[in-house]
Design a protein around this ligand. Structure first.
Ligand code: AMP
Length: 385
């Protein structure tokens, strides 16, 4: 099935056309691109789609797209799996805007623009939060007055779900373990980073929370901090607004604040040339991750595998080594030679005698969205192939 996978942001549309008959990206990805400057050079999402449609016509010739899969950041409490889009679903995504003000309104605009442009094309939405709907209440509730949750929907949702789900499936397969019996900890370490505890193939805890700010030290995000840091800082600096605090914690913190760069490659290079700030940033980032891994080992009743994925997890042998170095108490050891190998394939990097397998599994959110879209379409119209 030929699927158009799109990620509609407020000022851009990222797209990829995939043929689900192929597994490998070399064959599966027919074309991809990015349309930018919506709201600047282009008036709206409809105008961006016109440009995308022209590019698709050129790239696809007489082949036709059969369905569209959208990445949607927030599915709130309602959505626990991908669904076929209709007007009511678009309105529900819009109603979740208070939980994802930068993302959900843009997704809704993209969904409407596609429906106007190609009214007969089935659209499926795949939510970043959905995989974490299996977390138990004692994990997702915050210990604050009840109306935070009942009136405002403030609870842990978790993100990167499409990636954590996809990587869990590949890791279980690689180890020959039935997914329903697979306990693991997945570390998705990219620009945004999160760790998920997987018990019997499902998410039972994850480090991001109400928003993607919580948990690990990230490129520009602080991750977990004492909430009094905010109130105390704002009391001392009355001119600092909530929006300023949001910007500071989301865009000016993390590796950037400590090491002066949010790019892991540059931070590792700086450390190797003796930069003490880079050393501190790496120590903080690896230590925070190791604490989560230890905690989630308990949460899942003993992990069978620790899995690294995303930009840093897949590519930074140095950072993987720094994090695993701290897990000696759990009997986890990586083989330096296996760790140093660069590859696009899922692989084991632990030593034979490591008590837990350590894996690197490249994530592929576009592929996961395309496959989920195909599944939904096939369930509704089994004859579409
Ligand atoms: P992602 O959000 O998954 O695309 O990950 C992006 C991040 O991965 C970048 O900010 C880099 O810090 C990191 N990254 C990519 N390639 C490498 C590499 N070879 N070594 C270390 N970090 C890398």
């Amino acid at each position: 099935m030929l699927i158009l996978v799109v990620n509609c942001g407020s000022s851009s549309i990222k797209y990829q056309v995939r043929d689900t008959n192929f597994d490998n990206d070399d064959q599966a990805v027919i074309t991809k691109g990015l349309i930018e400057n919506i709201g600047v050079d282009l008036p709206d999402h409809d105008a961006a789609l016109e440009i995308m449609a022209e590019k698709l016509d050129e790239a696809l010739g007489d082949r036709e797209i059969e369905a569209v899969g959208h990445r949607v950041v927030h599915g709130g409490e309602r959505f626990s799996e991908p669904v076929l889009v209709n007007n009511e679903i678009i309105r529900a995504i819009e109603r979740l805007a208070p939980l994802a003000p930068l993302h959900n309104p843009a997704h809704a605009k993209g969904l409407r623009a596609v429906a106007r442009k190609w009214p007969s094309l089935p659209q499926v939405v795949v939510f970043d939060t959905a995989f974490h709907r299996t977390m138990p209440e004692h994990v997702w509730r915050y210990a604050v007055p009840e109306e935070f949750y009942t009136l405002h929907g403030i609870r842990r949702y978790g993100f990167h779900g499409t990636s954590h789900d996809y990587v869990t499936g590949i890791a279980a397969e690689l180890l020959g373990i039935d997914r329903s019996e697979f306990n693991a900890v997945i570390a998705h370490l990219g620009n945004g980073a999160s760790v998920t505890a997987i018990k019997e193939g499902k998410s039972v805890d994850t480090s991001m929370g109400y928003t993607p700010l919580a948990g690990l030290v990230m490129g520009t995000r602080s991750g977990d901090i004492d909430p009094s840091v905010l109130t105390s800082f704002m009391e001392r600096n009355p001119e600092v607004s909530a929006a300023d605090m949001n910007r500071i914690l989301n865009n000016e913190s993390g590796l950037l604040a400590i090491a002066g760069s949010n790019d892991m490659r540059k931070v590792v290079e700086a450390k190797e040339s003796g930069d003490s700030r880079a050393q501190l940033a790496l120590d903080m980032t690896a230590y925070r991750l190791a604490k989560y891994i230890g905690g989630y080992h308990v949460a899942v009743g003993g992990m069978q595998a620790l899995v690294f994925t995303a930009g840093i997890g897949e590519n930074s042998a140095e950072f993987r080594a720094l994090a695993v170095e701290q897990l000696g108490a759990l009997g986890i050891k990586i083989d330096p030679e296996l760790n140093a190998i660069r590859s696009d394939e899922p692989r084991v990097i632990s030593t034979e005698d490591s008590l837990v397998k350590v894996l690197v599994v490249p994530t592929n959110e576009e592929k996961a969205i395309a496959l989920a879209t195909k599944d939904v379409v096939n369930q509704i119209w089994p004859d579409r192939g």
